[in-house]
Write a new protein. Structure first.
Length: 167
């Protein structure tokens, strides 16, 4: 039996994982911080939800945000489906989960810098110590990216050692 000589292609699985991570990271933000804890809404710093009308505006923008994260998640699932159908893409949990952590961490960093700091449309937890909460959110994102990168590297090493001998 001849060994498979195809060069492994990691990119499709990585792209799928990053897109999934972006979508799922947004879902965690929207579900946990917006809905369960109710610490903030999409526009709560510029449209404080102190009246029913202002709350409706915030709920609309929360819904648009959730719709965008849903689209990213569905896109990520589609890309993952395409990636695993390819024989030259190694199936690696480390690569997939590492990429997802990179996506989720990138979501936190970008959203934290743009929405919380540059635009100031909301903060993680407004009020006392809001800057500390915002910096913590960005730092958490950075940690997720670093851990994801480490898993991604391990996944590439695993798959090159296994040389595509997968069922």
């Amino acid at each position: 039996m001849e060994a498979d000589t195809k060069t492994p292609v990691h990119r499709p699985l990585i792209v799928a994982g990053v897109i999934l991570g972006l979508g799922l990271g947004g879902f965690v933000d929207g579900i946990v911080l917006h809905q369960i804890l109710q610490w903030h809404h999409m526009l709560s710093s510029v449209r404080p939800p102190t009246t029913i009308a202002q709350m409706k505006i915030n709920m609309l923008w929360d819904g648009l945000f959730d719709a965008a994260t849903w689209v990213l998640t569905v896109l990520g699932i589609g890309l993952l489906w395409q990636a695993v159908k390819r024989d030259d893409v190694p199936r690696s949990s480390n690569t997939l989960f590492g990429s997802m952590l990179i996506g989720a961490g990138t979501f936190d960093v970008v959203e934290g810098i743009i929405d919380h700091q540059i635009l100031g449309i909301h903060h993680v937890k407004p009020g006392a110590n809001e800057l500390i909460w915002d910096i913590g959110f960005i730092a958490l994102g950075g940690i997720l990216v670093i851990v994801g990168w480490m898993l991604l590297k391990a996944g590439k090493q695993d798959s090159s050692a296994n040389s595509l001998n997968l069922p």
